[in-house]
Design a protein around this ligand. Structure first.
Ligand SMILES: Cc1cc2nc3c(=O)[nH]c(=O)nc-3n(C[C@H](O)[C@H](O)[C@H](O)COP(=O)(O)OP(=O)(O)OC[C@H]3O[C@@H](n4cnc5c(N)ncnc54)[C@H](O)[C@@H]3O)c2cc1C
Ligand SMILES: Cc1cc2nc3c(=O)[nH]c(=O)nc-3n(C[C@H](O)[C@H](O)[C@H](O)COP(=O)(O)O)c2cc1C
Ligand code: SF4
Length: 648
């Protein structure tokens, strides 16, 4: 397919933010990475991660939130709360600048959206009202304490300037301390910092004035705010527009750009929306703000495709587009877009598994579709082709096997991939089937294209055997044979109306009018959701106290809502006793009942499928990856596949 150079795209036009000239309209949005050390210092991991995005062509990189005070940290974030932190971050800015990108430090205080486990003391806020997501009662700030934090913002911005940052983004979004002051939702004060709008924005106005005093009028300031907080009593777009204008016109020199996001911790799935949410779903808020200000407006939110970003710019709805997860998924997105290599872009699938889910455990973030995200410092990717090309066989064409084959081929090996089914994708080919999971298919489409481009010899409908290994005599065999559904010994399992979830999702098994899904893990719960699309009565039985516990909180929220809206019967802490012809016998804490069902769907876990390892021992270098090691998910499969491929 011929490629179209995108050099004339409005997305690639330069833009100024105050005195700062930026080469294109693509920004990396702020993301806590948990790559810094516990004292907020930049590590090589942190610097190499940003450097990869600078090399990849992003015009602007907005860093994770730098705490202005250790007590203002919501995670193990970077910090510039003391002079000793400047040096390590100076190396970051220098390395980013070498590649022509600009870098702005986001600065923040989390206020009540943290926990004593992280900061070692009681959180503070505008008012003593706990954040519903954190549940910890904050202490109301006194006026001298407010003045001190204002000063800390100015000092942090000054340190950012000393460290070589091109500006700061003041984090007034997502329900952190500044947002706590700006919103009636969290600010119930009756002094000059509470009540009417002009009082509630006194805190951010004083912060901007302090930054100006310490850093000068020409030091770019972006202000990030949530257009709509999506919580009862939270701020909505009309107040946001007024605030945006007031911040622009503040004092002698107001803010230089505004970055429009949404949500607070009480609506986390709006801040970082999962794949259930449409692409570009909040661009209209940027458009609204753009009507009342004349500084650049940045939009964000589920924009994972450069054409979507281009559209936001071309239609005049925003001046810049920030991508958070899109930049994790593909650090080279801008360069690939500019070169017209759009089909090579790895798109974020909104799975949340490598980024949000891991961040919420306060661990270093990763990415399901980009196995080197967060590992850039290890320089694992092959630099050019090897001169010791090996014959590599990959067994299994799921996400793990495909990633292994791509990485091995990229490293210069001769790669053959064997898949016993007539299609690629393995179990993950079923992941896009349940409602709202269509984006999952992006990964498989990308992998299949890359197999083709990298010249991998793909054998579909071919079960690889130990005998074949003898004939082909490969140097390396990567076993990515995945997992198969567990078949527990339940009386009645052999009835014809008992089917496996995977067969229902594949369309191989039809369902009746009353379906009971045995097992409420991810696969069971999502299969139940799928069945509701057919308008039938659906129940789920789960022995644990809740269902879909593997899902991250944001995806789970959407799934549970869908199941509730469609009136799915969820029976937790319930044991399966026996399957009968038209019912299933269940036991809830000793209370036995018969639940009517004309279709029983089994989703009671997976078992790794690895029948070849032993037989192949001694015939070649053998590496087992993905679910074949132990049933887990595609995040682990792609990472292990990649490592097996580069180290073939
Ligand atoms: C409905 C559903 C939803 C899911 N949703 C998610 C999700 O949202 N996120 C997530 O991360 N994971 C999800 N998963 C799990 C995910 O699909 C698996 O964890 C992942 O596919 C494992 O990848 P793998 O490459 O290790 O193995 P698999 O994808 O299982 O692939 C193994 C492949 O090996 C082939 N094979 C086996 N033996 C041979 C042989 N001898 N010769 C040739 N071929 C062979 C099989 O046919 C299969 O295609 C979901 C699974 C299902 C069923
Ligand atoms: C892992 C992760 C960490 C984040 N950390 C921050 C942060 O430090 N500051 C911030 O303003 N937003 C943060 N966000 C929100 C993003 O900046 C962005 O607004 C959100 O992810 C939606 O954009 P996207 O769809 O392009 O990912 C974070 C998002 C993710 C995924
Ligand atoms: S882990 Fe999933 S949601 Fe996060 S950036 Fe990667 S693809 Fe996107």
């Amino acid at each position: 397919m011929s490629k179209t150079l995108k050099n004339c795209s409005p997305l690639l036009n330069p833009i100024d933010i105050g005195t700062l000239q930026i080469k294109n309209r693509l920004a990396v949005a702020a993301m806590v990475t948990v790559y810094c050390d516990p004292d907020g210092m930049a590590t090589e991991r942190y610097i190499a991660y940003h450097e990869a995005r600078a090399k990849g062509g992003w015009g602007l990189i907005i860093t994770e939130d730098y705490a202005v005070d250790p007590a203002g940290r919501g995670f193990w974030t970077a910090g510039l709360w003391k002079d000793e932190q400047i040096e390590s971050h100076r190396e970051l800015t220098q390395r980013v600048h070498q590649h022509g990108s600009k870098i702005i430090a986001q600065i923040y205080h989390c206020g009540r959206q943290t926990s004593p486990d992280i900061i070692g003391c009681q959180p503070v806020s505008a008012s003593p009202i706990p954040c519903p997501a954190m549940g910890c009662m904050p202490r109301e700030l006194t006026i001298p304490e407010i003045k001190k934090i204002v000063c800390q913002f100015g000092d942090t911005a000054y340190r950012a300037k000393m460290a070589g940052f091109d500006g700061v983004e003041v984090h007034g979004a997502h329900g952190y301390l500044i947002a706590q002051f700006m919103s009636n939702y969290s600010n119930k004060r009756s002094d000059e910092y509470g009540g009417p709008l002009h009082n509630r924005i006194r805190f951010p106005l004083e912060i901007i004035a302090d930054i100006r005093r310490k850093c000068g009028d020409d030091f770019p300031i972006i202000f990030r705010m949530s257009a709509d907080e999506f919580v009862p009593g939270g701020r909505q777009i009309e107040d946001t527009k007024v605030i945006a204008k007031m911040l622009q016109n503040a004092g002698n020199a107001g803010i230089d750009a505004i970055h429009i996001s949404v949500g607070v911790y009480g609506s986390t799935s709006a801040i970082i929306p999962p794949l259930n949410v449409p692409h570009g779903w909040i661009v209209h808020f940027a458009e609204e703000v753009k009507k009342v200000v004349d500084i650049p407006v940045i939009t964000v939110g589920r924009i994972n495709d450069p054409h979507l970003a281009e559209n936001a710019i071309a239609s005049g709805k925003a001046d810049m587009v920030a991508m958070a997860r899109g930049s994790l998924a593909d650090p080279d997105l801008p360069n690939k877009f500019a070169a017209g290599d759009c089909e090579d872009i790895r798109q974020c699938i909104g799975c949340q598994q490598g980024c949000v889910q891991i961040l919420f455990r306060n661990e270093p973030i990763r990415c399901l579709v980009n196995p080197t995200c967060g590992f850039e410092y290890l320089q694992e990717r092959a630099k050019g082709k090897t001169n010791k090309s090996k014959r590599v066989v990959v067994v299994g064409g799921g996400p793990g096997g495909m990633e292994a084959a791509i990485a091995a081929a990229e490293a210069g090996h001769q790669v053959s991939l064997y898949e016993k089914e007539e299609y690629l994708g393995g179990e993950f080919a079923l992941a896009p089937v349940p409602p709202s999971k269509g984006d999952m298919a992006f990964l498989l489409a990308w992998q299949q294209k890359q197999l083709q481009k990298k010249g991998v010899d793909v054998h579909l409908g071919t079960e690889f055997t130990a005998e074949m290994a003898g004939k082909i005599a490969p140097d390396t065999i990567i076993l990515a044979t995945g997992a198969i559904p567990s078949r527990p010994k339940i009386p009645g399992m052999d009835y014809p109306h008992v089917v496996f979830a995977r067969d229902v999702l594949k369309g191989k098994a039809t369902i009746g009018k009353a379906v009971l899904v045995l097992g409420g893990g991810l696969i069971g719960a999502e299969t139940a959701a799928y069945c509701t699309e057919q308008g039938v009565k659906v129940g789920i039985v789960e022995q644990l106290s809740a269902i879909a516990l593997e899902e991250d909180v944001t995806r789970r929220e959407y799934l549970l809502k869908l199941l509730a809206d469609r009136k799915v019967d969820i029976m937790t802490e319930t044991r399966i006793v026996e399957i009968k012809k038209t019912s299933v016998v269940l036991d809830k804490n000793g209370e036995v009942c018969e639940y009517p069902a004309d279709t029983v769907i089994i989703a009671l876990g997976m078992e790794s499928y690895n029948p070849l390892q032993q037989a192949l021992s001694g015939k070649a270098k053998v590496t087992v990856i993905g679910d074949a090691v132990e049933p887990r998910n595609a995040l682990e499969a792609t990472r292990e596949g990649f490592l097996a491929g580069v180290n073939a």
